[in-house]
Design a protein around this ligand. Structure first.
Ligand SMILES: NC(=O)c1ccc[n+]([C@@H]2O[C@H](COP(=O)([O-])OP(=O)(O)OC[C@H]3O[C@@H](n4cnc5c(N)ncnc54)[C@H](OP(=O)(O)O)[C@@H]3O)[C@@H](O)[C@H]2O)c1
Length: 303
């Protein structure tokens, strides 16, 4: 299993991220900072944060408290601040500069949090603002991407982009594969790496459906747990796994993920086949408007 994935701009992104945007962590800045430090000290080299989580300052704190060099940790953040009136380059510059101040450094990757951050019809224009900030040095060395973009949003960016978007962060697990087909086709076309959040959704927010027996069989054979199997499936599919945990035993498990033996090609195929029989999206506020769901059952869902 690869510890990093290469982006189209030649940079290598760590393939496992610990996110501080989940409930519990966003509610307590202190937890985001102390658990972030534990994750980094345990060997995790990628922290996922966002303006919207109010945990950017704690991300910077976690890195400095871990006692590691900033260059050894990859930081992904997301811009969400935009004015209700006509957003200008200066509005976006101010918002991004505040993120950099909270983080204590320029992030490695900056994403537009969702396609509704720019005003309607202005995704391309917003993208050119981010490009301007890279070009004038405000975001020196920072890679750019987006999150929760539908196919039409991705195409809007490519109409104008002079700096190639390298990553797309989106809910990614076996139960959204059919819905994501048109999105993943654009990833292949434009050489975009997916960062998959909610990778444990099929087991923590769903009863498990047809995937559960497949995951359990593989986990038993490998002497691991079904969470690890899902995360390995994500990374071996070429997707950055953006997960999280608030418990030190799970953070330790995460940090040990790369010591696991790889899943076999047959394991990968079996997980994908079971996943494709159900459509279940947990973060339903994203990517559902004007992007119809597939006609599949949703399995047995925890409500
Ligand atoms: N771009 C976006 O719009 C967006 C949206 C949502 C999330 N995100 C990012 O993605 C990150 C992760 O999101 P997520 O919470 O949806 O991730 P997830 O990986 O699907 O779920 C994490 C949950 O799984 C549990 N867990 C961890 N390891 C486990 C294991 N081995 N077995 C069973 N359960 C386990 C954790 O519980 P414990 O705490 O009890 O360990 C935690 O509640 C967020 O923090 C955020 O940074 C981004």
């Amino acid at each position: 299993m690869r510890t990093t994935l290469q982006l189209s701009n030649g940079k290598n992104i760590p393939s496992l991220a610990w996110g501080n945007g989940s409930s519990g962590l966003t509610a307590s800045g202190e937890m985001a900072a102390t658990l972030g430090t534990a994750a980094i000290q345990g060997g995790i080299t990628h922290i996922d944060t966002a303006q919207m989580y109010f945990t950017e300052a704690e991300t910077g704190e976690a890195i400095s408290n871990a006692g590691v060099d900033r260059s050894t940790v990859w930081v992904t953040t997301k811009v969400s601040e935009s004015s209700n009136t006509k957003t200008t380059l200066e509005d976006v510059r101010r918002s991004v500069t505040q993120s950099i101040a909270r983080l204590g450094s320029i992030p490695n990757l900056l994403l537009i949090h969702n396609p509704f951050v720019p005003q309607p019809g202005r995704i391309g224009e917003f993208w050119t603002y981010l490009e301007a900030l890279v070009k004038d040095g405000t975001l020196e060395g920072c890679s750019l991407g987006f999150s929760n973009f539908r196919p039409q949003d991705i195409e809007e960016v490519f109409k104008v982009a002079t700096i190639h978007p390298v990553c797309h962060q989106l809910e990614y697990h076996p139960y959204v594969l059919v819905h994501l087909e048109p999105v993943l086709a654009l990833h292949r076309k434009y050489n975009i790496v997916a960062e998959g959040y909610g990778p444990l959704t099929p087991i923590v927010r769903h009863s498990g459906g047809p995937l559960r027996p497949v995951l359990e069989r593989i986990a038993e054979r490998k002497g691991t747990d079904i969470g690890n199997v899902l995360l390995q499936w994500t990374i071996q599919s070429g997707v950055v796994a953006v997960t999280t945990s608030t418990r030190s035993e799970n953070i330790k498990k995460l940090a040990n993920l790369f010591k696991q033996e790889d899943l076999t090609d047959q394991d990968l195929k079996d997980i994908e086949a079971a996943g494709r029989s159900v459509h279940f999206r947990f973060y339903s506020e994203h990517m559902t408007e004007e992007f119809p769901n597939p006609a599949l059952p949703d399995g047995e869902v925890f409500r």
